[in-house]
Design a protein around this ligand. Structure first.
Ligand SMILES: Cc1cc2nc3c(=O)[nH]c(=O)nc-3n(C[C@H](O)[C@H](O)[C@H](O)COP(=O)(O)OP(=O)(O)OC[C@H]3O[C@@H](n4cnc5c(N)ncnc54)[C@H](O)[C@@H]3O)c2cc1C
Length: 379
């Protein structure tokens, strides 16, 4: 099917089905129509198409508010990690149910003492026959209250430096040893959670990659995370963004020279990010790995989100922040973009170090065994 026909068919399908409110029911319909996992390998349940089809579908989907939020971690991060790094058994077991919305996923990396420096995490997994026993705590885990499975990064070796003693696992979030407690943020809603693991048994068959090589798997996940956040996976369909150029033009006097100037600035920034994302996806298709430039895209999106929220508020005035105005919600949500998926400071460090080849931050703990470090609750 040529791209125009593809787009037309997608438009007609969305017009008929976008009203489905139940997230799992909607994902099943999306999958059955061939619009879930558009670029994912056919062998594991995807459509095996190109990013052009994916972009065409996303452009049509943007006219709707689709109930995709709870699938954003699975589609943007854990699923692509399993496709890249999972065993064939893991791909066969997990990828199709994820794409059909039968199973929801979360990503269990951050801990109270390990966010930016996630390699200093303390959740332990200890080998016991064919299983591993997991104990510890995670925090800021998005959508975990809905999740069936989680991708867990845990410490398996304390005698080696911090990056070399981690292992990645698939953990069953319905296990009785897993406690999920939603955390309310300043929007008044609970987007993320804290999680406690008490003697949770994980089969070795659910290990992703080699034991003690979890850091390289985590890097794969973080790369997908930054690319998917900047490309808007899971955010797609937020047609009612009250800070968009269109929404602001409806709301304020666009004849005012100051307002026009600000709206042009918003247009330029949005367009620059869209073109940068387009370039990254074209390069990916041509076999050029985006690598650390994914962090630059994520940083640009975080800065754009804050700029839009500030601009919208200053143009709309304080009245917009009372009552049920959607702007109040957008303003409270905006700073999350500068934290989740890595903070702006960390993105700048990565870009400086790996894109611009500036001298890296000094790392005094690089060769010290983890058990000798003063991190987290470790004395
Ligand atoms: C909305 C949202 C959703 C999230 N979802 C998930 C999820 O699903 N799964 C998950 O595992 N985690 C998730 N996180 C956690 C997120 O990855 C962390 O919040 C983030 O990595 C920062 O870690 P921290 O909160 O511990 O802050 P810290 O690392 O304690 O940082 C505190 C401050 O110090 C600065 N800082 C730290 N180190 C440096 C440095 N070397 N150089 C310069 N500045 C530095 C930071 O930029 C920040 O301003 C989410 C967070 C948010 C906000």
């Amino acid at each position: 099917m040529n791209l125009d026909d593809y787009r037309r068919t997608a438009r007609a399908w969305l017009a008929e089905n976008a009203g489905t409110d139940d997230p799992r029911e909607f994902m099943a319909k999306l999958y059955d129509a061939g619009y879930s996992g558009i670029t994912w390998p056919e062998q594991w349940g995807g459509q095996g198409l190109t990013q052009e089809e994916e972009r065409a579908f996303a452009a049509e989907a943007r006219h709707y508010s689709l109930p995709l939020y709870i699938f954003s971690i699975g589609l943007g991060m854990t699923g692509p990690t399993l496709v890249d790094r999972g065993s064939d058994e893991q791909r066969a077991r997990f990828v199709r149910p994820l794409l059909r919305g039968e199973e929801v996923w979360c990503q269990l990396f951050s801990e109270p003492g390990a966010g930016s420096d996630v390699a200093s995490l303390q959740t332990r997994a200890v080998r016991d026959g064919d299983d591993w026993i997991v104990n510890g705590q995670k925090v800021w885990t998005s959508v975990a209250q809905h999740a069936d499975w989680g991708l867990l990064l845990a410490r398996t070796n304390v005698d080696v430096p911090k990056h070399r003693g981690l292992t990645m696992f698939v953990v069953n979030m319905r296990d009785p040893g897993v406690t999920v407690r939603p955390l309310k943020d300043m929007t008044g809603r609970a987007f993320f959670n804290e999680i406690f693991f008490d003697d949770v048994r994980v089969p070795d068959a659910h290990r992703v990659g080699e034991a003690d090589d979890g850091w390289s798997v985590a890097v794969t996940t973080l790369l997908h995370e930054r690319l998917s956040i900047s490309a808007g996976v899971g955010m797609s369909g937020q047609k009612d963004d009250p800070t968009s150029l269109e929404a602001l033009r409806r709301r304020v006097d666009a004849a005012d020279p100051y307002v026009r100037d600000q709206l042009v600035e918003l247009h330029i920034r949005s367009r620059a990010l869209a073109l940068f994302n387009q370039r990254l996806s074209q390069e990916t298709r041509a076999g050029i790995f985006p690598g650390a430039r994914g962090s630059a895209a994520k940083l640009l999106l975080a800065e754009l989100t804050m700029f839009k929220a500030d601009l919208a508020t200053s143009l709309a005035g304080p009245g917009a922040l009372v009552g049920d105005d959607p702007l109040a919600h957008a303003l409270a949500l905006a700073p999350a973009m500068a934290l989740g998926g890595g903070t702006n400071e960390i993105m700048r460090n990565i870009v400086g170090d790996r894109v611009l080849n500036l001298p890296p931050e000094p790392r005094v703990d690089k060769t010290v065994p983890f058990k000798d470090l003063k991190v987290g609750t470790q004395a």
